[in-house]
Write a protein that binds this ligand. Sequence first.
Ligand SMILES: Cc1ncc(COP(=O)(O)O)c(C=O)c1O
Length: 456
Amino acid sequence: MALSTSDLDTQRLAQSHLLPHFTKGQHWRSDGLGVIERGEGCYVYDTDGVEYLDGLAGLFCSNLGHGRADLAAVAAEQMEKLAFYPTWGWANPPAAEAASMIAGRAPGDLDEVFFVSSGSEAMESALKLARSYHLSRGDEGRYKVIAREWCYHGTTLGALAVTGVPKIRGPYEPMLWDGVRHVRNTLGDTAEALASAAAVEEMIVAEGPETVAAVVAEPVQNGRGGLVPPAGYWQELRRICDRHGVLLVADEVICAFGRFGHWFASERFGAEPDLVTFAKGVTSAYLPLGGVVARRPVVESIWDSPMAAYLHGSTFGGHPVTTAVAVANMTAMEDEGIMGHVLANEGGFRRRMDELASAHRCVGDLRGLGYFYALEVMADREEGRTLTDHQRQALEGGVLAGHVRDARLLIRPDDRGATMLVVSPPLIADDVVLDDLADRLDRVLVAAEAWIAGNP
Ligand SMILES: Cc1ncc(COP(=O)(O)O)c(C=O)c1O
């Protein structure tokens, strides 16, 4: 691909000084390193003006799409009024308003909002809140956490310990705390046989309930690809947690703010968690914000105990500008009927994905819901052929990423437990965008199929 002068300038600066996240040095150093410069709606553009369909909403977060001047204006206005003051001992109007809007949209008595700046920090905060709650009740032995295989809950060391993706845990294993146990996820479960919920209870009993602080799960798990829980799963988790005095944490960093047509996916699944983590879509990624919503009794127990305070915090938690943007984002989502839009269009999205899956023999499975899908790749579904090791390594190592890029589509080739393509567009995507997404995805699958056939 020909690169313009400005492209080359940015590329050179990035290659010299910008250390990328989860990116192989070989790619970063190559001429293929792209530079995304601007975005509008569901599309982003590189410095040559090449248009890409953002089929991943950035990273599951650009829910209202790109290029909204109204959200930028709110940030600018708040910066002029009060750019910053911490929420240590003082409140500020946007943080209080954002907290009350989030509490008002969260299920049940999830009423208290603690702000941080990312999903990983949100998970750290939930872990410490759970521990603090048990301490406040004199339950000092409770510190362990049960999570599920292939789950992703962030990269800071506490959150990484909860994360169940071996490849990204492995290098840091000696630095991780030893209180986390992973049990099987919901893949293959049915409403009649909730083996994964039973596995949670077995682990709590095996470890000793008096040592367990929390169970952590995503409503729809992203790691291992679009794991939608069977009916009754979250109700069973609630029952198990209640029986053993354990807090239930829903990690809604991806799921909240509309991905499944509800402010919180817990609502869709009838889940009643004690703590809910969020980030990403709360500002549609216009600024970085994350947090935890806690049930009121959890917070009151801590405040009314000798601890008297939740002993955790960060400089930018409750930042007036990020929370002002969260207020504007939630208001826009409401005014523009985003939840209704997702619910009205999810059937059409599913139909397009089903058609693609059945048209392509390299799709082994399709899982997902709402505006979130994972396609699992195999060699030939009709012949029941799985990928050879060589094919899998090559597809995961860059071949799929190349096909995706050739189709000018930004979706995620994923290797967490299977070779997959993950699709999760901005929530404003309408029929026109979903058709375009399906066309581009079709091209990716045609190319993948041809590559698999040519590389036995
Ligand atoms: C479910 C879940 N939890 C936590 C995180 C961590 O969020 P962040 O990357 O903002 O730290 C992510 C990130 O993708 C996530 O998907």
